[in-house]
Ligand binder design. Structure first.
Ligand code: HPA
Length: 273
């Protein structure tokens, strides 16, 4: 057996020795969006530091625990805090928890992130449902030997974000009066925010928002057959060129303010999965 599969099996065996919860839906909470974890009726929560082979999160605003419990009465497993490429993890480490969720029996993966808008019609606090993505030279997590037990060598990426989940989410948003955009997310490595020229370039290639996460997780999820749904919270307007200094604190604050909308959307969506 490959080293990766051996590690995944050990991780999964450890988690199963601690929790009974069988969840069909996994959720990853982005920067400043950890409060959804408060709404979850947790049955068990495991610190990343306790889980064999799990990387450990280092960024402010990231909780660093795997929560098993109920959201809106439905069993879920939630990553409160994710691993970013800019923290120095390999692309394979970034997506490790996604593979763990798959092996725990998860079928749907809900991702959230904070992102900067390059679409001039977007405002701080807006939500954008991802309908597609561009990897802007971020490392593909499937590079190297393919793990056939997880998925195929050359995965199709014509529908990275499930159209069925998008349709459900749009119906929920409209019934709850939550305004949502649908657009393209471009992933960069960070940790620098973009220069004016880079924001302009990212807009020109067809993106609506830019952020430092999500795409590697989506690729690994599609590879192993998970259905993916992802939402960006617009935390800053990258495209503004008037003295527009962007700070991590401002990103966290904007995410926090928009969070209730995201919580409603995710809660209602898991009920329909
Ligand atoms: N750029 C990249 N990542 C981000 C941004 C941004 O403007 N805002 C939040 N995450």
């Amino acid at each position: 057996m490959s080293e990766l599969l051996t590690q995944l099996n050990e991780t999964v065996a450890y988690i199963k020795s601690r929790v009974q919860v069988q969840a069909k839906t996994g959720i990853v909470l982005g920067s400043g969006l950890g409060n959804l974890a408060e709404v979850i009726k947790a049955e068990e929560s495991i610190a990343y530091t306790d889980i064999p082979h799990f990387p450990v999160s280092t960024v402010k605003g990231h909780g660093g625990k795997l929560i098993f419990g109920e959201l809106g009465g439905v069993k879920v497993v939630v990553m409160s805090g994710r691993f970013h490429f800019y923290e120095g993890y390999s692309a394979q480490q970034v997506v490790y928890p996604v593979r763990v969720m798959k092996m725990l029996g998860v079928e749907n993966l809900l991702l959230s992130n904070a992102a900067g808008a390059v679409n001039p019609a977007y405002k701080v606090g807006d939500l954008m449902i991802l309908k597609d993505h561009i990897s802007f030279f971020t490392t593909n997590p499937l590079l190297g030997r393919n793990e056939e037990a997880l998925g195929t060598r050359f995965p199709d990426m014509s529908e990275p974000y499930s159209l069925a989940l998008i349709a459900k989410a749009k119906a929920i948003a409209s019934s709850k009066n939550i305004h949502v955009h649908e657009g393209v997310y471009t992933a960069v490595t960070g940790p620098t925010f973009e220069t004016h020229a880079e924001y302009r370039l990212i807009k020109t290639v067809g993106s609506d928002v830019v952020g430092m996460s999500t795409v590697q997780e989506t690729i690994a999820a599609v590879h192993c057959g998970l259905k993916v749904f992802a939402v960006s919270v617009v935390t800053d307007l990258g495209i503004r060129e008037d003295n527009n200094v962007i700070t991590h604190e401002e990103v966290l604050q904007a995410a926090k303010e928009a969070e209730p909308k995201l919580t409603t959307l995710f809660t209602e969506l898991v009920k329909q999965l």
